[in-house]
Design a binder for this molecule. Structure first.
Ligand SMILES: *Cc1c(COP(=O)(O)O)cnc(C)c1O
Length: 401
């Protein structure tokens, strides 16, 4: 088998880091080392008969880049190898992945059970948008399995959850909920952005579908939006997802797919480095007098530390903490930072901080924020790849301001 044969990569049985560098590589006749980029919307056929065979599904041939593109395929193949999934469908953004993964299988009269502690736009999709199409959404605020069992005591089509959650790092037991979901007739979809694909494997824990915003750690350098849905459920893909994507068009662009493919080469190195720095900063924050609370999955003070240890192989790269005071205190601290940027993104090489109450969770009512434990003196820090000593100095100086 030649080295530039894609089947060779897949048969190689390589370890994750090797797959992240070489998985899915499909060299052209030019034998380029770096993955080729195919900026094309459409494809030529040798003959009218070949076009007919392609449309009938009798011959594998790219037809149109809304259906498929070689750069997009390379990205999806590399993602599959990373996740241990047979199927990957990329999308133009993380929200494209969330909406497609749910809307493709839900119809009028269906029931969706969703966790309450969700990324703002995910909450909007589940509690506002999908109900407009006649889908009933029931939310569960607690991580208590009894509450999930109750919510899943009626026939349900889909379960959607995020763990750890944004921003409070609430942990949900994927394995236990994956046991409950099929009994209600539901597929379980897990948003794995905060855990990262390096530290949590929802499919191995029994989830049916895992999705990412590749905008976060997978790009990790703040350049593109993208998303991905991964599954081993061939029926889900064949009966729902494939046609939904083809005919509604939330397709990932070949340029972004190429860039994300290259980003995967360094994903594990970046995430490990960022997580180690986040752990160091979480410890450091605990020693700072003006900080009243630190929430990080890697701290044994995390209320669900046992579940973190059972389910995750690392802590992630986001630290949440509270300052001694109100919103004005939090704003003053953020404005005094000289290195860390104020931005609502995360997973980036550049460290950034946001005030969830007034940004990502601004749409959530005060009562619901209270229920979720999101306080106005709380900030969310996404730890990047700068020297951790510089980050600590920046935080210490801003705390004195
Ligand atoms: C960012 C994010 C999304 C949405 O992804 P986009 O790429 O911004 O559309 C969904 N879920 C979580 C947990 C996120 O952090």
């Amino acid at each position: 088998m030649s080295k530039n044969d894609k089947a060779g990569n897949e048969a190689g049985g390589w370890r994750r880091q090797t797959n992240l560098v070489r998985g899915g590589l499909d060299r052209s006749h030019f034998d380029e080392i770096s993955e080729g980029m195919y900026l094309t919307s459409s494809y030529a056929y040798e003959s009218a008969e070949q076009a007919q065979r392609a449309f009938k599904g009798e011959e594998d041939h790219y037809m149109y880049s809304r259906y498929g593109n070689p750069s997009v395929t390379m990205f999806e193949d590399r993602m599959k190898l990373m996740e241990g999934a047979e199927i990957c469908q990329s999308t133009a953004s993380g929200m494209g992945a969330v909406f497609a993964s749910l809307a493709c299988m839900l119809g009028s009269g269906d029931r969706l059970v969703a966790s309450k502690a969700l990324f703002g736009s995910c909450d909007y999709v589940c509690t506002v948008l999908l109900p407009q199409y006649g889908i009933e959404t029931v939310t569960v605020a607690s991580s208590d399995l009894g509450e999930w069992e109750k919510a899943l005591s009626e026939p349900t089509k889909a379960v959607f959850l995020e763990t750890p959650s944004n921003p409070m790092m609430q942990m949900l037991d994927i394995e236990a909920i994956a046991e409950l979901a099929p009994k209600a007739g539901a597929r379980l979809v897990v948003d794995n952005v905060f855990a990262t694909p390096i530290y949590q494997k929802p499919l191995a824990l029994g989830a049916d579908i895992v999705m990412y915003s590749t905008t976060k750690h997978i790009d990790g350098q703040g350049r593109t939006l993208g998303g991905a849905v991964l599954t081993n459920d061939a029926d889900y893909f064949k009966d729902h997802m494939r046609m939904f994507i083809r005919h509604t068009g939330p397709t990932l662009s070949p340029f972004n797919a190429w860039l994300l493919t290259k980003s995967l080469e360094t994903l594990e190195l970046r995430v490990r480095e960022q997580a180690a720095a986040a752990a160091e900063i979480a410890d450091f924050l605990g020693t700072q007098g003006r900080i009243t609370e630190v929430v990080f999955p890697g701290l044994d003070s995390h209320p669900q530390y046992d579940l973190v240890q059972k389910q995750m192989s690392g802590p992630g790269t986001v630290v949440v903490f509270e300052l001694d005071g109100d919103q004005a205190r939090a704003f003053k601290f953020m404005n005094a930072l000289r290195l860390i940027d104020i931005s609502n993104n995360l997973g980036d090489a550049k460290s950034m901080i946001t005030h969830p109450t007034t940004t990502t969770h601004q749409r959530v009512s005060a009562d619901e924020r209270a229920e979720l434990g999101i306080h106005e003196n709380m900030v969310r820090l996404s730890v990047g790849l700068e020297d951790v000593e510089d980050l600590k100095e920046d935080i210490a100086a801003a705390l004195k301001a």
